[in-house]
Design a protein around this ligand. Structure first.
Ligand SMILES: [Fe+2]
Ligand SMILES: [Fe+2]
Length: 309
């Protein structure tokens, strides 16, 4: 019974959202970002690793920033599995397929340009990076949203989170690494456009099937994890990245949850089913809990310097 309801809802939403997918895909194409990965790299700065093996002193950097570059690049490496996961919700002939192909094409250059910069600048250990890539890609571990509603909620949060993570990592690089700052700004700019596509597609889906979308949004917020859980020592890196102020619970709340949920106007949606009303209450409870945790963390951080003094 529950299964047939889920399937029916998924089919209806996919059919009715076709004009919105087309509209938003066309909007995306109107402002193409045609930057060239090879033009972003100062190739003359490179040195053979055989002549000059990597060492931390090649590029002094806080460990949280190194962790962030490592995790963000490996996440981009995992693209094939994200593409696969999205394709699972794209029936033959549906315009979401065309979007998916465009998105994959744009995402593919992120790992290329980041790896070129990493290898030339020596900002992270290339051996560790390659070992991490092997482990992660063999696992093929990515989120697999159950329904189309789940999918577009998840990717809205994920693209926004990725945009913030790349942007903040760039801001933590030394001022004289113009190559790195430029590379991460270009990648973050692409993520911004992907986020806008998914966020507005989800908004259109809320108008078509508010109850399914509310249930999906609550589920995705409750279970949200940054992409990259298959990366070796992911939790250790995530803690370092949060401590550095690049991406953590505070950024998730202020820069991801609050703006996305405000645009979707989840607090004022009408005509929700009883199950969706319960989901809205659950969602508000989760946001409240996260807010309390973020405040607690901020108080702890504020108390730390005086404790040391
Ligand atoms: Fe990307
Ligand atoms: Fe992206």
């Amino acid at each position: 019974m529950a299964l047939s309801r889920t399937l029916k809802s998924r089919v209806d939403l996919l059919t009715e959202i076709v004009p919105d997918v087309e509209r938003l895909y066309n909007r995306h194409l109107e402002a193409p970002r045609l930057w060239m990965p090879h033009e972003q790299i100062d190739w003359g700065k490179g040195e053979n690793y055989g002549d000059h093996p990597w060492s931390e002193s090649d590029y002094p950097l806080a460990e949280g920033v190194r962790s962030s570059i490592y995790v963000n690049l490996l996440t981009e490496d995992n693209l094939p599995y994200y593409t696969h996961s999205i394709l699972a919700h794209a029936p033959k002939g549906h315009p979401i397929l065309d979007w998916n192909h465009q998105w994959t094409m744009e995402e593919n250059r992120h790992s290329m340009v980041m790896r070129d910069w990493v290898h030339i600048s020596r900002c992270i250990n290339p051996t560790l990076l390659e070992e991490g890539r092997r482990v992660q890609m063999k696992k093929a571990e990515v989120p697999e949203p159950e329904t189309f509603a789940d999918l577009i909620c998840y990717v809205s949060f994920q693209e926004r989170a990725t945009q913030i993570a790349h942007r903040n990592t760039g801001a933590h690089l030394p001022k004289d690494d113009k190559m790195g700052r430029n590379v991460l700004a270009l990648v973050a700019g692409d993520e911004t456009k992907h986020y806008l596509f998914y966020r507005d597609l989800a908004m259109a889906a809320f108008a078509i099937d508010p109850s399914s979308m509310m249930i999906a949004a609550a589920k995705q917020v409750t279970s949200f994890a940054m992409p990259g859980t298959g990366i070796p020592s992911f939790t250790r890196h995530a803690v370092r990245i949060a401590r550095e102020g690049i991406y953590g619970l505070g950024q998730f709340l202020r820069d991801v949850l609050e703006p996305v949920l405000t645009v979707w106007d989840v607090n004022h949606l009408a005509n929700l089913s009883a199950e969706a009303e319960r989901a809205r209450t659950d969602l508000a409870g989760v946001v409240e809990k996260i807010t309390a945790s973020v405040e607690k963390l901020a108080q702890k951080a504020a108390a730390t310097p005086s404790a040391l003094a």
